[in-house]
Structure formats: C-alpha cells, structure tokens
Design a protein around this ligand. Sequence first.
Ligand SMILES: *[C@@H]1O[C@H](CO)[C@@H](O)[C@H](O)[C@H]1NC(C)=O
Length: 397
Amino acid sequence: MGRASRLMRLDAFTKTVEDARIRTSSGGIVTIFSVLVVLFLVIGEWNDYRKVTVISELVVDKARGEQMEIHLNLTFPKIPCELLSLDVMDVSGDLQPSVSHGVAKHRMDKFGTIIESKFMDIHPEHPKHLDPNYCGECYGAIAPDTSTKAGCCQTCDDVREAYASKGWAFGDGTGVHQCEEEGYKEKIKEQAEEGCRIDGHLWVNKVVGNFHIAPGKSFSNAQMHVHDLQNYLQSEVAHDFTHTVNNLAFGPPLPTDLLHERHHQQNPLDGISKKTSDRNYNYLYFLKIVSTSYEHLDGGYTINTHQYSVTSHERSLEGGKDEVHPGTVHARGGIPGVFFSYDISPMKVVNREVRMKSFSGFLTGVCAIIGGTLTVAAALDRGLYEGARRLGKAHQR
Ligand SMILES: *[C@@H]1O[C@H](CO)[C@@H](O)[C@H](O)[C@H]1NC(C)=O
C-alpha cells in the first residue's frame, strides 16, 4: 500500500474498465457533431469577448475658457470673392471682422473650376509704381493700421478699409486715385461672373456667437455692424447667395480608423445646397453645439470634439426695401448673406468604448460550452445505442 493507492481513494473520477466500452458508428457521428457544436459556440463566445461596446453618458460640461475650432467650407457660385467678407462675433465682445487666419478664398469660374486661391490674411501685393516717398490720400477717412505707411492709404485696399471704418460706402473706386491705378473697377467687372469658395478653419471662444458671410467690407462699433453693399447691389451681373455647405464642423474631425460604427459622427449641414435668384435674400442657420468626447479603448486616448443640431430660416428682404438702399452702407438686421448663429449646450456627451466581457468570463464560458456539450452528447449517444440495441433484438425475434 503505497502513496499511489492512497491517492487512488481520492479519485472522484472512477473509470469504467476498457473492455466494457464499445465503439459504435453512431457514437462517431455524435462525436464529430459535438466537436463542431463546441467550435461554433466557442467562436461565438470569442466574438462576444472581443466586442467593443460604446457607452454614452451625459454630463454637465465643466470646462471653462475653452476655445473652439470651426471648420468651414462653403461654395457661393454666384458671387465673386472680391465682394465677399466673413465676420465672426461672439457675446464676449470679441469681434473678428473680415476674418483671416486659416481661411482661404478660392476664385471659381462659371463651371466651378478654381482660378486662384488666396488666404484671406495675405495682403495684396504692394503696387510697384509707388516711390518711397509716396503717401496716398485717404479721402477724408482715417488710414488703417494695416497700411504699410502710417497715416497714409497706399493701396486701394487701404482706402476701402479706411472708408469702412468710417462707415462710408465705397463703391467701385471711381475718383479714387489708388484704385484707378490698380484697376479695381475693372477687376470687379472682370470677376463679376465668377463664384467663390471659402474654406479653412478659425478659432473662436466657446461662447454664444455668430459668423456670417455677407457682401462688402464690414465695419463694427459697439452699436452696429455694417457692410458696404454698393458693389453687390449695383453690379450689372446679378449676384445672389445661392450656396452649398461642403463642410461645417466644430472641433477636430475624428481619424477614420476610429470611426467605429456607432461613433460615426455626421455634421447635419454637410452637403446642403440652397438656391435663390433673389439678390436680397438672407439665410439663417441656428446651431446648437454639444461637446462630445470619445474615449478610445486601446491606447486610452480621448478626442474632444463637438456635434450640433441645426434649424434654419430663410427670407427675402424685398419687403424691407426701405432698409436696403442700393449704394448705402446699412445696419444689421436686413442684409443679404448667410448667417450662422451658434449656441453652446451646457451638457456634454461622453462616449466610452468598453469590453463587456473579461477574459476570465470568456474562459468560464468556454468551459461551460465544452462541459455542457459533452453531457448532452453522451446522453444522446446512450439513447442512440440503446435504441439501436432494442431494434436489433426485435429484429432477431
Ligand atoms: C472644400 O470642399 C471642396 C468640395 O467638396 C473640396 O474639393 C475642398 O478640398 C474642400 N476644402 C478643404 C480645405 O477641405
């Protein structure tokens, strides 16, 4: 009686003697079948284990003093770039008239082919005809800070800027020496049939605000924001604010490899086109912006971006004829253009990727599958064997 026999007494798995075992062909079939079933179930279990689920939570957005990036890409087939300006305003009082940083204007011909692209902040090249002592007149207006020579209006653009800051209509530059030199009037004429695409990105404070694309240089002070509409309204070629929103997004786009099905973020304005043939037509979009973050499972990085919902309104300003006099600068409220007004939601959506099943859960599942399948298979095999034996006996009789 050695150690082995003592261990034997502990054996819970008593074995039947080999001789009493019989192999049957029905048993073989049951075996193959149960192996297939086990494989099938284990694969299902594995997929379940690997599955990433996105859990969304709504929390109060506690971030403060943040900035927000606006990506815009708009096409205006019926207005030349020269006549368009983009202004951004927010309630904090930050005003960025005729915005520049990172936004480009692309001149397009009638067929939509790009002729020339220019970042909006690049100043027009200095006319070569100027001698170093030249100091252009500002025609009673005050020279802009952007002028290359303090107190002087060196270029047609400087004079236009100076006029805008006084709130004066500028027109086509007839009688303004700098503009006649540069052929400003001809340039406007030549571009009359062109369209314009404005694209790029800009940073704004994350507070209620608006941005708009409207004709003419703009000027703002505490009480008003005005645009010089003269060239737009008096052009021989009819202009209007027919437009296409190619893209309007707030915050960084998500890398495409991260776009898990449920993550797919769509900007509701992308691809929207609006048509009009009315010069005095005004489009308003009201956006509600919701901060959204994505916490990625592997690598643990988080992307902070925004989603939005939109409602829109459009109207003709014809009824308000008294407000829109061709040839004058006039106040806000009734100018043709495309206006985006945005509001920030106090709630934030947090999307988190998680695995619902742990690895030990997966192993438990696999054991249950194997054990369960074998038990059922054994019962089935026994049943088949008994059945066959009885049939055999009946046959012999
Ligand atoms: C703007 O949209 C046009 C048309 O879809 C596209 O060709 C162009 O590359 C876009 N611009 C930017 C900066 O994404």
